[in-house]
Structure formats: structure tokens, C-alpha cells
Design a protein around this ligand. Structure first.
Ligand SMILES: [Zn+2]
Ligand SMILES: [Zn+2]
Ligand SMILES: [Zn+2]
Length: 361
């Protein structure tokens, strides 16, 4: 595969939903010498004798919460996290002392064992299995929201591969129910609400419309040279049934891709059975593209959906649930940590073209 011919880019791109999450796209940096891409080593074994998440070792996990389709011959299993970051076992009052303020670490932290086979990647799972997995996400989120009014947000995410922070190689997702709404979700909620008040549109729906219809050529006023060419579908990676996978114009991670329902839906808990099948397909195909381009993708993905919280009850028309997939190909540097400005060395246009060029069976 050859790189598409593109002019080097050096510009700060503003994230249209959350301007504070902007990115410096500087593609000349990717010309710096570096060793050839080697496929990331990955544990592909089907069964590992000593793995607590493998079949036959069920006694090694913390207490089980649920199994699917049933307890025997389970394919997906929810268990408590052995080292929870939040817990509901004790209740500490909130504390405020001078500038030190704390909110009690009340919550739930659970592990979803995604598959009975140890080293199974998302793109290797069957679509029916993935549909079951996403229905497990939905149902567990719903149960947790209903379990206690203090839980303001339920975050579902997956770390895959050591570079993405996965400490257990067996494929798994995590659910954290927390007493606060994460900052990034809150920023998305409030900014999209402001956009809706002004434009009477959902900003995410507008982004999808732009990705599917927008076309423009921007010329330099003095030289008459083309400064930017935007083609229809340039940022679209996949379109399956009622879902779309988009490469964001202001991607903070080189191979970041977002998956959204094409039709407006704020709350992931409202997804229908048919839509789960489409979501399974768009996710499998997108992950297969990433895996092919990266030679074994290590990534995080996380689900952003409308919180069940009175402060955001009015956001159903302005917020749009989505999954953000962020493959890990570089480690944030001092510049990124010190400035909060992420550096992306692959132009999103080139990345989208590469991902689309992968031939899937
Ligand atoms: Zn295992
Ligand atoms: Zn929308
Ligand atoms: Zn988001």
C-alpha cells in the first residue's frame, strides 16, 4: 500500500464539539527516521491454563454478576473487579477542607469477559457474538443506573493490548459506575446543548451530514493555489445499515475513529435489537481495518452516552451517543502533557484514505 500523496500539514485543528480538545496536526514529524512498523506482539492463544478469565478457572475470578447465554458454556461473563478503582462497600462523607475537596469514591467497577477464548480480538469475533456483547453493555448500564441514584455516569470501555493499559491479556471490557460525570462527557453535553440552542440541530448529526455531503475547494487569495480540497465522504471509514464510522477532522490520536448511529439517538440504552446487529458489523469492520493498517492494533475504545442525570435531562435532542476508538501508536510527550495540545503526525485525511483502502472479505 502506498501513502496517498498529500502536502505536509502543520495546523492546529479545533475540535468542533469540544474546542479545548484541539490538536496540532504536524505531519512532517512522521518523516523523522524511525524503524519499520513491526506487528505488535499479541497473545493469540485460545486457552491459557493460568488465566483467571479462561474457561475452567471460573473459581479464580471475584464473584460473578452474570453469565451469557447461560452459566454453563458461557461466552460472556460479568465479574467484580479484583482491584476496583471505585467501590460501594463503605460510605465516606464528602470532604471539604481549605482547597482540598473530595467526593466520596462511591461507585462500581466491573469486568466484562468479552469472550471465552483468551486472545480473541474484536475483529475476530462473530457479529452475532459482538451483538450479544453490546447488548450486555446496554443491559448492565441500565441496571447500574437503576441501582442507585448517586451513580451519575456509567462508563463502558475496553483496553486492548499492553500499550493500551490492559493488565490482563484475556480479552475484556470494563464498566465503571461513578458519582460524577466525566469532564469530557460534560464538555460534550454542554457544548452540544449550546450549539442546539443556537442552530436547532444536533452537532453530531451535523458532523455526519458534513461527512456525507460536504465538498469544497479553498483557494489561496494571493497565489490562487489550492489550499484545501474537501471531498464527499473523505472522512467516512465505514457505513453499515444505520451506523457510520468517521475519522474526525481534529483527531487527537493518529488512528482515532468514531462510530455513531446515523439517525439521532442520545441514549445508547435506546438501541434496538436490529441496531445492535448493525453496530456489531460496523465495529467488526472498523476494527479489522485498523488491525490491518497497524499490523495488530492496541487500542482503547469507550462509549459516550446521555447520562441519567437531572442536570442533563434537556440534552436528548442535542446529544448523540458514540463510541470513540483510540488506537495507541505513540506515547504522550512532555509537550502534550504540559500544553494539553495533542500532536498528531498523520493527517486525518491520509489516515482515512489508508483505512478505507483495506480490502475486507
Ligand atoms: Zn484467558
Ligand atoms: Zn444527533
Ligand atoms: Zn465523546
Amino acid at each position: 500500500m502506498t501513502d496517498p500523496v498529500q502536502k505536509p500539514v502543520r495546523e492546529i485543528r479545533l475540535n468542533p464539539v469540544v474546542p479545548s480538545e484541539s490538536v496540532l496536526v504536524a505531519t512532517a514529524r512522521s518523516m523523522r527516521p524511525k524503524k519499520a512498523e513491526e506487528p505488535a506482539p499479541r497473545d493469540t492463544r485460545a486457552h491459557v491454563e493460568t488465566c483467571p478469565f479462561c474457561t475452567g478457572n471460573e473459581h479464580m475470578t471475584p464473584p460473578v454478576i452474570a453469565t451469557f447465554p447461560g452459566e454453563k458454556n458461557w461466552e460472556i461473563r460479568i465479574v467484580e473487579n479484583l482491584y476496583p478503582v471505585l467501590g460501594d462497600d463503605r460510605s465516606n462523607p464528602n470532604l471539604s477542607f481549605g482547597l482540598q475537596q473530595t467526593i466520596d469514591g462511591y461507585g462500581r467497577h466491573e469486568v466484562i469477559i468479552d469472550h471465552d477464548r483468551h486472545g480473541m480480538a474484536i475483529h475476530e469475533m462473530s457479529e452475532s457474538h459482538l451483538a450479544l456483547l453490546f447488548s450486555v453493555y446496554r443491559d448492565r448500564m441500565e441496571q447500574l443506573y437503576q441501582s442507585n441514584r448517586r451513580l451519575r455516569y456509567v462508563l463502558v470501555f475496553k483496553n486492548f493490548g499492553p500499550a493500551a493499559g490492559a493488565s490482563i491479556a484475556h480479552t475484556h471490557s470494563q464498566v465503571i459506575a461513578m458519582p460524577v460525570i466525566p469532564d469530557n462527557v460534560q464538555a460534550e453535553l454542554t457544548n452540544s446543548r449550546v450549539f442546539h440552542l443556537r442552530d436547532h440541530h444536533c452537532i453530531f448529526c451535523s458532523l455526519i451530514d458534513e461527512a456525507l455531503t460536504f465538498e469544497a475547494t479553498i483557494y489561496d487569495r494571493d497565489s490562487g493555489e489550492i489550499r484545501r480540497q474537501i471531498n464527499v465522504g473523505q472522512y467516512v471509514i465505514e457505513r453499515v445499515g444505520k451506523f457510520i464510522a468517521i475519522k474526525p477532522f481534529a483527531s487527537r490520536y493518529e488512528w482515532e475513529v468514531h462510530v455513531l448511529p446515523l439517525r439521532h439517538q442520545s441514549d445508547f440504552l435506546h438501541i434496538s435489537k436490529d441496531d445492535l446487529a448493525d453496530l456489531a458489523r460496523v465495529m467488526r469492520r472498523t476494527m479489522a481495518r485498523l488491525d490491518a493498517v497497524l499490523g495488530g492494533a492496541q487500542y482503547n475504545y469507550f462509549l459516550h452516552s446521555l447520562p441519567h442525570d437531572k442536570d442533563f435531562e434537556d440534552c436528548a435532542a442535542s446529544y448523540h451517543w458514540h463510541i470513540e476508538i483510540t488506537p495507541r501508536t505513540s506515547i504522550p510527550s512532555g509537550f502534550e502533557l504540559g500544553s494539553g495540545l495533542f500532536v498528531n503526525t498523520v493527517s486525518p485525511e491520509a489516515a482515512a484514505e489508508k483505512l478505507r483502502a483495506v480490502v475486507l472479505d
